[in-house]
Design a binder for this molecule. Structure first.
Ligand SMILES: C[S@@+](CC[C@H](N)C(=O)[O-])C[C@H]1O[C@@H](n2cnc3c(N)ncnc32)[C@H](O)[C@@H]1O
Length: 277
């Protein structure tokens, strides 16, 4: 990814969700305020093509048609982001119900989960981590929304910084608490080795029983995906079959607890949960 540039794929995911909210019954299916908040964060980011006028166009029939056309290149991607958001929120809330006391969202982009859940769970600490440029662009929107007292952003490049050192020096993170770590749409931007290192690093700053909720690319994604992600300088670098995840995470301190994801509606990605052992 180009240093100092706001993640184009993060903008794309949020924009996709705004457009998806205008399709069929997706507005009702998406978690409450997700698409509206995504829209507000995009506008506040002041990024080219993300102004209020573009947001109005994005919810019109032409944009939905344009995204449907994109399905020819990346099957399942338009609705896939909707399924991904629903899955991650359900798993994070389930972990909180089961005793998790802090949530770290890595590669958060313009995701709204922490902003929406922090006021609902005032005793839980929510932390977002992303590249500095993307974090800064999102911070403008967070300020307008009103930053919850139990939510903060950390600006860091996981390719260059150790996750455990970053977290352990932050007084808001406690390694002894039951935690949830989310990596939604992040693994494919890291190499297999970097994913492994991230898991090991995450294990080093979480207690037993913590959960790692993540999505990953399926091998064999099309040349189009490679072309498009290279085009915005955010190439995909790793992929793994859902059934191979147990060996993929072996000896990292995590064990896969979710079943094999065979859901074609998830497009080029699959979803999983691991538990700290
Ligand atoms: C496809 S976007 C997904 C954003 C968000 N998770 C979502 O689903 O809406 C990938 C995100 O990962 C972040 N990212 C990629 N590589 C990273 C790294 N090495 N360190 C920190 N963040 C990274 C990007 O800045 C971007 O925000």
């Amino acid at each position: 990814m180009k240093q100092g540039r706001v993640s184009q794929t993060a903008l794309k995911v949020a924009h996709n969700l705004v457009a998806l909210s205008a399709k069929d019954d997706w507005q009702q299916r998406l978690p409450e305020d997700l698409s509206e908040m995504s829209e507000r964060l995009l506008v506040a980011s002041e990024q080219p093509g993300m102004g209020p006028r573009m947001m109005r166009v994005s919810k019109g029939p032409w944009m939905v048609r344009a995204y449907k056309l994109q399905e020819l290149l990346m099957p399942g991607q338009f609705e896939g982001f909707g399924y991904r958001k629903i899955y991650v929120q359900q798993k994070v809330e389930a972990a909180i119900k089961d005793g998790a006391e802090q949530v770290l969202f890595t590669g958060a982009g313009f995701d709204t989960l922490c902003l929406r859940l922090a006021p609902l769970y005032p005793s839980i600490q929510f932390i977002e981590l992303d590249h500095p440029a993307t974090s800064a662009a999102k911070a403008k929107g967070i300020a307008l929304e009103g930053q919850p007292a139990n939510m903060l952003q950390i600006a860091a490049d996981l390719g260059e910084t150790s996750l455990s050192k970053t977290l352990l020096k932050n007084r808001h993170w406690s390694p002894s608490l039951r935690s949830v770590i989310v990596a939604e749409g992040l693994f494919q931007y890291l190499t297999d080795q970097e994913v492994r290192e991230l898991l090991i690093e995450a294990a080093a700053c979480t207690s037993l029983g913590s959960r790692f909720i993540f999505t990953h690319a399926k091998p064999g994604y099309s040349k189009t995906v490679t072309f498009l992600t290279n085009l915005v300088a955010e190439s995909w670098k790793s992929s793994v079959e859902s059934e191979d995840l147990p060996s993929y995470v072996k000896d990292t301190g995590w064990e896969i607890t979710s079943g094999v994801d065979t859901d074609e509606r998830h497009g080029v990605e699959r979803y999983a949960v691991a538990e700290r052992i």
